[in-house]
Ligand binder design. Structure first.
Ligand SMILES: [Fe+2]
Length: 254
């Protein structure tokens, strides 16, 4: 999406991202879109991509001469009343270097070929439906055994996934598998999935209490980690943007 002068502007990048992950797909109150910056017509020569706009990512962006930082997670989840400490440091670095920060969060999880669909492709799930009505998560049939499912996870998502409840699995193939990129192993989500005739639920961020609920409901869980279940798809998004934008894109935390 280059303009006549062969210069890429921030707005060109934003349009390319939003074409892929439309903003209206995001769940209510999610903090998406332009996070830091004013001049969306400024020229961009180098893009940084990261899962999180962490302090170390922001420092790397400065070091790498990044003009436009694209992250999955937004810079702030909840409103703040003061700008001090780490958030001050991040804003100082971003504004001093005129780095635009832009995030596509749940819209990137939900969209076609987004982070959830990347997991569908990885496990080659068939007869796929959305897990939640808002578009988050997917559920489909896995044509293989549980050890095969676990091997794919270990080879692509995370080397040491946490497994809960595997001995309770009665089927040895054609498993109904749910996937949800990121934070899917909350207590409420495990309760929801437990009522859906799902054999295995693959997501991230299992806690002690959600593990107990999974065991009580005989739900088999693979915790591939928040990072692993999201970065897997983010790598494809990076390739997609490289093909479309024709300027360097540097991974800053994966
Ligand atoms: Fe996430």
């Amino acid at each position: 999406m280059e303009n006549k002068n062969n210069k890429i502007k921030a707005i060109d990048i934003i349009n390319t991202i939003e074409e892929f992950a439309p903003k209206e797909l995001a769940i209510e109150r999610d903090n998406i879109g332009l996070q830091v910056g004013n001049d969306i017509n400024k020229e961009v020569k180098k893009i940084g991509i990261a899962l999180d706009p962490s302090l170390s990512v922001v420092k790397k962006a400065e070091k790498e001469d990044i003009d436009f930082l694209f992250t999955h997670h937004p810079i702030l989840k909840d409103p703040i009343r003061t700008i001090t400490g780490v958030i001050y440091e991040k804003l100082k670095i971003l504004s001093k270097n005129d780095i635009i920060l832009y995030s596509a969060h749940t819209n990137l999880d939900i969209c076609k070929n987004g982070l959830n669909d990347a997991l569908v492709d990885l496990y080659n799930l068939k007869d796929v439906n959305n897990l939640y009505d808002n578009g988050l998560g997917r559920v489909g049939l896995f044509d293989g055994s549980f050890p095969e499912l676990l091997d794919i996870t270990k080879n692509n998502i995370c080397k040491n996934p946490v497994v809960v409840g595997a001995p309770n699995l009665t089927k040895d193939k054609n498993l109904t598998v749910a996937v949800l990129s990121g934070y899917g192993l909350s207590q409420s989500s495990i309760n929801f999935v437990s009522n859906k005739n799902i054999d295995v639920y693959i997501s991230g961020d299992l806690t002690h209490h959600s593990k107990i609920i999974a065991e009580e409901n005989n739900l088999c869980i693979i915790d591939g980690g928040h990072y692993g279940t999201e970065v897997y798809g983010l790598k494809f998004i990076k390739k997609y943007l490289e093909n479309r934008l024709n300027i360097p894109i540097v991974s800053l935390d994966f």
